[in-house]
Design a protein around this ligand. Structure first.
Ligand code: MD3
Ligand code: FE
Length: 202
């Protein structure tokens, strides 16, 4: 079942739920090589979300700013490769929404514990905004917020659940978005956390 929010913004309900076990085991492998960490933003605040990356590039932030790098600043080694199954699933989801030539080279892994949230922001650290962003959600549900192309106004709310896939492209690629504070809970596959993957072209 597909919900279209806007011109080129789609929610594929439970689309990767049946592959969750496989995907999560690939992720456990990735974060053994490049551990989850809480970044400090240029403003000096520590992010509540725990993050890692896989693929040719990973997203980082520090006092100097937000950017993609080809090495993990903790391990000083290249980011772990993007598991082929994950890349293929992301490409298939994008294709279902009309993005036939999507080939992500970065996958950002966000892990939310209860209390973690992500404020409204735009994803602007990539070089080609004509490329969509594909996200997979696992584990605990959260309220996702999506707004307009400018700050201000009240964002729309939608619950993201285990196995849900979002695809944002075209004009919707630059919408403000975020997630509300994660509530306590338990999920059979992830325990007390929510896991979000975002596949991008740097
Ligand atoms: C809409 N992550 O990593 S995923 C992020 O749940 C991020 O961890 C959130 O925002 C999370 O940057 C939301 C869904 C998502 C991702 C990117 C988008 C929605 C988007 C880019 C543009 C518009
Ligand atoms: Fe984002």
């Amino acid at each position: 079942e597909v919900t279209q929010f806007s011109e080129q913004a789609y929610l594929l309900h439970g689309h990767v739920a049946s592959q969750a076990d496989t995907i999560l085991s690939h992720l456990r492998d990735v974060i053994k090589q490049s551990p989850l960490r809480q970044f400090v933003t240029p403003g000096g605040g520590k992010m509540s979300v725990r993050t890692s990356s896989c693929g040719d590039f990973g997203w980082i932030t520090d006092k100097k700013g937000y950017r993609y790098t080809d090495t993990d600043p903790i391990t000083k080694k290249p980011w772990p490769p993007m598991p082929e199954t994950l890349k293929t699933l992301a490409e298939q989801a994008a294709a279902k929404c009309g993005f036939e030539s999507f080939s992500p080279n970065a996958c950002l892994i966000n892990v939310y514990h209860p209390g973690a949230a992500m404020g409204l922001h735009q994803d602007k650290d990539e070089s080609d905004f004509s490329q969509p962003i594909v996200s997979f959600s696992f584990g605990l549900p959260v309220t996702f917020l999506w707004g307009g192309l400018k700050r201000g106004g009240s964002p729309q709310k939608v619950t993201l659940q285990h196995g849900d896939v979002l695809v944002w492209g075209g004009p919707d690629r630059l919408r403000y978005h975020g997630v509300k504070k994660l509530a306590n809970g338990q999920h059979p596959l992830t325990g007390n956390v929510r896991v979000n993957l975002t596949f991008r072209v740097r």
